[in-house]
Design a protein. Structure first.
Length: 106
């Protein structure tokens, strides 16, 4: 379901749905229940990627295992969107190298 379709169904603006997805605006429990129902998932679905909080570090997000899972998180979509805005191929390669280096840390 697109953000536009979700917004129309919830009688919200497209921008409001974007703010929910980016975390700019908080989603109430009632609204989260409505969204889960419309998407055909349980509320737990939205919290599956969160591991137990590491002491002093906040929540950790587990690595994704598929392309579909990758685009299902707001952080991943933000990363992809930002990456695709980089005009320089050399800068894109350096960014990719950085992300790979950080992801290989133990």
């Amino acid at each position: 379901m697109s953000q536009t379709d979700l917004a129309k169904t919830l009688k919200l603006s497209f921008q409001q749905v974007q703010k929910y997805e980016k975390g700019t605006n908080h989603v109430s429990a009632v609204r989260l229940h409505q969204i889960a129902h419309l998407l055909g998932v349980s509320i737990d679905y939205f919290f599956e990627a969160l591991d137990a909080a590491a002491p002093g570090r906040g929540h950790n997000v587990r690595p994704v295992s598929s392309a579909a899972e990758l685009v299902s998180t707001a952080e991943s979509l933000d990363m992809i969107t930002a990456f695709n805005r980089i005009k320089s191929a050399a800068v894109r390669r350096r960014c990719l190298a950085l992300v790979r280096a950080v992801s290989d840390e133990d």
